[in-house]
Design a protein around this ligand. Structure first.
Ligand code: TYD
Length: 134
């Protein structure tokens, strides 16, 4: 499953006025975007995330600053460094994720395939392992 996580490079339009990065749902990323949220003001020693989702797929983009994302499918783990505004990481459903090592200027933009529903979050790692290893 972890092999389905992947970095995506988004098209950017650059000219003398600056740069514009384009992320189109169902084109540049493999789902329709239903929800957008962003995380900033997290200290470097904070670990966010620590959950998996039954249904939601996500794309995470550090539109400013940098962070790291550890993805885990219950068997394998991998760490991605998000450090450019036109690079995102795609996370399929049922991936356990930790976001951490936020730079002071980090703004982590998250695009989600589903509306927020706390019921579809798995926040207990042992429960997650039980479900994915069934
Ligand atoms: P949380 O899931 O803990 O954030 P992270 O994934 O970064 O660790 O969410 C923090 C709070 O915000 C929590 O009370 C739930 C709420 N929340 C919403 O109401 N809607 C949302 O779309 C998200 C992502 C969180």
């Amino acid at each position: 499953m972890i092999e389905k996580c992947r970095l995506i490079e988004f098209p950017q339009n650059g000219d003398e006025r600056g740069r514009l990065v384009i992320v189109e749902g169902n084109q540049d990323i493999p789902f329709d975007i239903k929800r957008v949220f962003y995380i900033y003001g997290s200290d470097r020693d904070v670990i966010r995330g620590r959950h998996a989702n039954y249904h939601s797929e996500f794309v995470l983009i550090n539109v400013a600053g940098t962070s790291r994302v550890k993805v885990d499918d219950g068997t394998n783990q991998m760490v991605y460094h998000l450090d450019r505004p036109h690079i995102g990481i795609y996370l399929p459903r049922m991936i356990w994720k930790d976001m951490y090592d936020f730079s002071e200027d980090s703004v982590l933009l998250v695009l989600a395939s589903e509306h927020y529903d706390p019921e579809e979050y798995i926040r207990d790692y042992d429960k997650y392992l039980e479900i994915v290893r069934r």
